[in-house]
Design a protein. Structure first.
Length: 346
């Protein structure tokens, strides 16, 4: 049963191979699933063509617009490796920087679709492998807590070396939780950070994991009662985290009561890994505690599962629910929503 769960998690989460080779092509199994779903709904045979994205990023490297780098974390002296990419489009956005934080089991290239979108309109991009991922050094994950310290080091490096006029942060899943923990601890240190985009963040990791595994499909509560020791041993190995971290990784409990940057929450209503209720709970927190409620918005995508928001948001436009206005549909596609948010806030 546990093997079945882990195999399904690997397929849904994306790479799940801890592959040290950072490349767009390692997203193959995940994008295959998305392409099949989009084909069933729209008839489009290959909405995501990995060959073309791989060619695009290879071309940027040939133009010497990509620069690999590494930093040493101040928290525990791990080496993190990443890539700084300049846009091939010359305009007023070139000095503005988007920093991406990928999800668990992925690498720096796993958000290739969104990276490509922002490069096309002139923004510079910084991507890096989180600790215990890709080419960065291995150590236990903390599901966003210590990773927020790592992000702080990345931002400081970028401010010193790149000197952007404005910065936006984009995180997916664990990367989105990393941004939330970063907001709790560091947001006032960087006036340059104007915008934060969280795609599929979790509010309480253990609660999300418990709800997911309590589904009758996995054997329900009997799975926990009869195989608790076996469960913890293997789930810790899969996520490379300690048991205490799984229980205490709760961004919602540590959120600030106000925001310096603007915050955009994005979530798929078909997400079976992290429920869309997580983003709703985060949105409610700021609506309740913050004086200026306009600083946070939440959009929900009708047909998107975990990691599918950008693709379904563009392949199936006009199917986005905006919680603030309580509309069943929005005029935005994913890319137009992303561009609008960045244009207004950077």
């Amino acid at each position: 049963m546990l093997k079945k769960i882990i195999l399904w998690l690997k397929k849904m989460l994306g790479l799940a191979r801890w592959d040290p080779k950072s490349t767009v092509f390692t997203e193959g199994s995940f994008t295959g699933i998305i392409n099949d779903k989009i084909k069933r709904k729209t008839g489009i045979k290959e909405f995501i063509c990995l060959r073309e994205y791989e060619k695009y990023f290879t071309f940027l490297r040939e133009l010497k617009l990509c620069e690999d780098f590494q930093i040493t974390t101040t928290y525990d002296y791990l080496i993190l490796k990443g890539t700084y990419i300049k846009s091939p489009v010359f305009n007023e956005n070139n000095k503005k920087l988007i920093i991406f934080c990928h999800g668990i089991t992925n690498n720096r290239w796993s958000l290739f679709y969104v990276i490509h979108l922002v490069l096309q309109v002139g923004y510079s991009v910084l991507i890096y492998d989180a600790r215990n991922h890709g080419k960065s050094e291995k150590f236990y994950l903390t599901l966003g807590k210590n990773e927020a310290n790592d992000l702080e080091d990345i931002i400081n490096w970028a401010k010193e070396r790149i000197q952007p006029t404005a910065v936006a942060l984009y995180g997916f899943s664990m990367g989105a939780a990393t941004l939330l923990f970063w907001l709790s601890n560091f947001q006032r240190r960087h006036l340059e950070v104007k915008a934060v985009i969280c795609e599929a963040p979790f509010d309480n990791f253990f609660e999300q994991l418990t709800n997911f595994l309590s589904n009758p499909f996995w054997g329900g509560s009997l799975f926990f009662k009869k195989k608790e020791i076996f469960f913890w041993k293997n789930i810790q190995r899969f996520f490379s985290v300690e048991k205490e971290t799984i229980i205490t990784a709760n961004p919602l409990d540590e959120l600030p009561y106000d925001l310096a940057p603007k915050l955009l929450l994005l979530h798929g209503l078909k997400d079976k890994i992290i429920s869309w209720q997580s983003s709703l709970n985060i949105w409610k927190h700021f609506q309740k505690n913050m004086g200026d409620n306009s600083r946070v918005n939440a959009y929900f995508f009708h047909y998107a599962g975990h990691g599918e928001v950008p693709f379904f948001g563009d392949a199936l436009a006009n199917n986005i629910r905006w919680i603030k206005q309580k509309k069943s549909n929005s005029r935005f596609s994913y890319s137009s929503l992303l561009y609008s948010f960045l244009t207004k806030n950077l």
